[in-house]
Design a protein around this ligand. Sequence first.
Ligand SMILES: Nc1ncnc2c1ncn2[C@@H]1O[C@H](COP(=O)(O)OP(=O)(O)OP(=O)(O)O)[C@@H](O)[C@H]1O
Length: 750
Amino acid sequence: MAGIESELAAEQQTVDRLYGRLDDLRAQTRARLAHVRRSGPSGSPQNRSERDAFATLYEDRVAQLEAVEERLVFGRLDLDDGNRRYVGRIGLTDEDQSPLLTDWRAPAAQAFYRATAAHPDGVVRRRHVVTRGRTVTGVEDEVLDLDLLSDADDARLTGLSGEGALLAGLAAGRTGRMGDIVATIQAEQDTIIRDELGGALVVQGGPGTGKTAVALHRAAYLLYAHRRQLERSGVLLVGPSRTFLRYIDQVLPSLGETGVVTTTVAELVPGLAATGSEPEQVAEVKGRAVMAAVVARAVRDRQRVPAEPVTVRIDGRTVVVRPQDVASAIARARRNHRPHNLARVGFVRDMLGRLAEQYVAQLGGDIPPDERGEILEELRTTREIRVALNLAWMPLTPEKLLADLWAKPWRLESAAPQLSPADRALLARDPDAPWTPADVPLLDEAAELLGEDDQAARAQARAAAERRASELEYARQVLQSTGSGALVSAEMLADRFASTGPALTTAERAAADRTWTYGHVVVDEAQELSAMAWRALLRRVPTRSLTIVGDVAQTTAVAGARDWARMLDPVLRSSWRLAELTVNYRTPALVAETARRVAAAARLPVSPLTSARDVPDALLVDRVSADGLAVAAARHAEKSVSEVADATGAGRVAVVATPATLARVDEVLRDAGTAAVLGSGASSADLDAPLVLLTPREAKGLEFDVVVLVEPAEVLAASAGDLYVAMTRPTRTLRVVHAADLPTGWDAPA
Ligand SMILES: Nc1ncnc2c1ncn2[C@@H]1O[C@H](COP(=O)(O)OP(=O)(O)OP(=O)(O)O)[C@@H](O)[C@H]1O
């Protein structure tokens, strides 16, 4: 006991020192910030923008130093050369630049996650330091030096690393928000997190294997390890829904990273709100790879040779828009493969030239060049000619193109002969109906093919680029003279020096620009993406540097994948590598095993899974009459809420069922005056509610202490993937309320 206490006391001293250093740095940075702010509004514009830049720099640094308060330090490595290294959320050095704390992402920290008794990597002992606030509450040691190891230890060390700290983390009540796992990343996860930047890495893993956690830590790792490369281009994280993005939105800031753009496929085109919904079969048709050809054809259909000549009289003379001229001008304009709206400029110029020739021929004699210009202008502004040329080659927005395609059956028939009449009928929609998520990749495709007539914008961009180059150069000089390069890049500083417009970060600029290309893209729940969604995403990462995580057994979208090769080979050819996660950290073993059996019986491609823990009473099943289903579910939910609520406010319960059943449960809860939030669509506050009512799709990617699953057979009838998702959400208990028989595979074979 005395031994432990002295160990704790010794660690407390170190922890105090580290927090002391953190406090010093915070105070120093705040003082610098105050000094910069005090320096007042005087001075040249350059002085002022330099001052603003430093103010923002210090503000960011203060925010970063504040964000690492919780579990600043969590590990210690005792090395075989006698040295000792502390591992934590950020790197810290003392006044003399000697290392005090190693950033978890630094190469020197890797052994904390990877070293094993068989491959100690120079580590004699690994220690997990457990803290609450700034107080050390425990230490947990693993001795990796084989000479110091007994047989019993040997057996234990082949399992999970830092088991005590890990299990404590897994058993903690949920708050409705995902937390980081830096203190207990496991070796198989660490290998994926630190995998090289280039190429596409696919991470397949069953429910609760930490795919989302790994994807987020990998984003933070890549930003640290490849900062120069990635901070200019940015990192994009694509999730399945806004609710999911809210669920994870605190993880990256807690790892000191705020520069990642998060989005869903539905939000991929800036300024476009895809608020509509539609049946699954419609979304499936819109997601097919063939739709790329359909959109391309729809664009070409807007380049049309008129059936009849159009005769126009101008100032007593006649010009004729002749079909053969239009055909040849279209052919010529298409030749350089520019987007429709840009190629149109060439088409119009060509046609006006031809019409001008007709006009001039009627004047007789030579025409001076300036008069020819006037003639061209007159032709260009003549209404009938404009109409004729527009009919031949209409300037288009993506929205107009697609709305017309869905609203006019003859247009769709012409553009999509490959689709069956039944599939085409599915696509029909009112021109004023709101866009749906499955429309977004098609609008993006159309935007690519149409392009914008952006001559003015390009001239502006050129001027901005020149201005920016000089700002960057100046920023580089400032960085050199202040030596603050580790925290901020010349790029970031230059943004803040820019005297015009708001100072945007890379992430902000990227999020506002449809054509932005990122340095790396992370896709979570990637199995749900359609072929068209992949095309839209890959356009945003021409280097094909991707982390793709998901589980092909949890696919719920009809357009989604059951097989990575079938989904990815067409878009990435064979240039992707696969890594697998095999340990389930979320669901108790009994629940995970039951879910796996039911999913396998429904022929889902389930991954092999070992569960990190089991807990008593993890699976409770209550059979009731069909009439009593909603009431029983509501009572189970209320009971669960009172059981899981803890003093810290943690503890979350979800009722998961089909929409119709949820509505009934909601009614019972309302009548009883029980607070519950139905659906996940609304605000972020919903995630913090102790009791939520969700469909399996809304629950996707999330987790709760207790899940009350109502009528599994009904959920299964909608989709086997839905049931697998629903069953694998709880961290402690799955309470099943049912009237119909339980699905095949539920009971373990005797
Ligand atoms: N190494 C770890 N240490 C502590 N907790 C972990 C670890 N790995 C995963 N977890 C926890 O396990 C739970 C499941 O993780 P996560 O949501 O990332 O899994 P997933 O594979 O994305 O699941 P699903 O596919 O079911 O959505 C989370 O609470 C996560 O914090």
